[in-house]
Design a protein around this ligand. Structure first.
Ligand SMILES: [Zn+2]
Length: 155
């Protein structure tokens, strides 16, 4: 495999953008998207995705705010997937390896998972580097909509 074969071109948007998971990110799309989570009013813990009851066993509070989470964080770990996952994953044709990452959000110090943007050279990923949240198509549906999901890229 050549160096360039690892990097998909940036995805071009052609259709109407719809969220892959409604309410999981700020919407409509912007160039500064954020994940949307919960913050417990009693203990201050953050959760993603949103929860109705605090998952802190010492708290179990039921009064939580819906809050946008930090756009930025540090790369905690990542993995490159060289095998095409089964459905419901909708692979590009031909399949191109992709990376998933866990990011520790700057303010919340909470770890969240997501894919790395498709045009990222995986060899440039370094544990601890600054990352930011973006929206990118996960796939194009049968109606031609770009189904958008959060991903991370080096900041
Ligand atoms: Zn709590």
């Amino acid at each position: 495999m050549t160096e360039t074969a690892r990097v998909m071109p940036a995805v071009e948007l052609s259709g109407k953008q719809i969220p892959a998971a409604s309410g999981w990110t700020t919407w409509p799309p912007s160039d500064k998207p954020q994940l949307v989570g919960s913050r417990c009013k009693s203990c201050g813990d953050y959760f993603f995705p949103k929860v109705g009851v605090c998952s802190n066993p010492a708290c179990m509070g039921e009064d939580l705010d819906e809050v946008p989470l930090s756009r930025t964080g540090k790369l905690y770990t990542y993995a490159v997937n060289y095998y095409k996952p089964p459905a419901p994953y909708v692979p590009p044709d031909p399949f191109v390896p992709y990376a998933t990452a866990i990011i520790e959000l700057d303010r919340e110090k909470m770890k969240v998972q997501g894919m790395v943007v498709s045009n990222c050279d995986f060899t440039q990923l370094k544990i601890g580097m600054d990352m930011e949240t973006v929206l990118e198509p996960l796939y194009r549906d049968a109606e031609g909509n770009d189904v958008m999901v959060w991903k991370f890229r080096p900041a």
